[in-house]
Design a binder for this molecule. Sequence first.
Ligand code: LCV
Length: 259
Amino acid sequence: MAVINTQLKDNIGTITFNDPEHRNILSSTMIDEMLQSIGALQKGKMRVLVIRAPAGSKVWSAGHDVHELPLPGRDPLSYHDPLVTVLRSIQSLPIPVIAMIEGSVWGGACDLALSCDILIGCPTTSFCMTPAKIGVPYNVSGILHFMNIMGVNFAKEMFFTAEPLSAEQANRAGLLNHIVEAAELEAFTYSMAQQITRNSPLSIGVIKEQIRLLASAHPLSPLTFERVQGLRRTVYDSKDYAEGIKAFLEKRAPVFTGE
Ligand code: LCV
C-alpha cells in the first residue's frame, strides 16, 4: 500500500503522508515514493508543493526509520542516505515547498520540514530533534541548516535537550512562519499557495536558488571538514550509538556511558 498520497490541482502539488500505523516514519519506501511523486509533479508543471499529514494527525512524522539506521561503523546520515537525498531534492526544487504541519515532528522529519521554504503550523505543532537521544552524530549540512534557520543558541538547545519545542517556541525561534488554528490550517496554506502560483515562477525559482547558495556558502577548509567527519566517526563507531538504537528498538530508556 502506498505510504503517501499525491495530488496536483491548479498547479499546486500535494504530498500527504499515509503511514499512520508507523507514525509516517521517513522509511526508504516513503522517501522513494516522495522522490517519484516530486518528479511526476514537476512534469505536471506544479508551481508550489505542499507536504502534509492527514488532517487531525497527532504525529506529522516520527522521522528516520530507526530500523534502517546502520550498525556501528557506518555513517548513519551519509550523502546517499535516502533521508539526506530527499532533503537535497526539496532544497534544490526550483519551486516553493510549504510544510503544512499538524502534530509532532521528530528527528530527521524536523530537517525535512526545515528543508521546506515556508512552514505553517497550528497549536499542536511541535519539533523534537533526537540525535542525542539515540546517540546519532548529526551530519554537517543538517546542523548548518538548523544554525542558519534558528540561530546557534536555539539549535544547541534543541540538539542538547532532545526535548520538543512547542509551536510558540518554534515560531519565536524562526522555524514556523505562521501558527493558525488547526481548522484554518488547510485554507490558510492553500490560499498562500494559490497566491504564489500567480507570481513569476522563473523569478521565484532563481530567488530560491540564490538564497540556498548564499545560505550554504560557508567556507570549510578540507582540514576542518576532515576533522568534523573524524569527530562524527567517533560517535557512530561508539558503544553509545549501538546502545541508543538497541534501547529504541527494545522500547526502553538508553543507558549512555560516553564510550
Ligand atoms: C521506526 C518507529 C519510529 C521511528 N522509527 O506511537 O534525527 S536523528 O539523528 O535522531 C534520526 C536518526 C532520526 O530521525 O531518528 C528517529 C527520531 N524519531 C524519534 O525519536 C521518534 C520515535 N517515536 C516516538 O517517540 C513515538 O513513536 C511517537 C511519540 C512519535 C508516537 O508515539 P505513539 O505512542 O503514538 P508508538 O510509539 O506506539 O509508535 C507506533 C509504531 O511506530 C513505530 C513504533 O515502533 C511503533 O511500531 P510497533 O507498533 O511495531 O512497535 N515507530 C515510531 N517512530 N522513528 N519505527
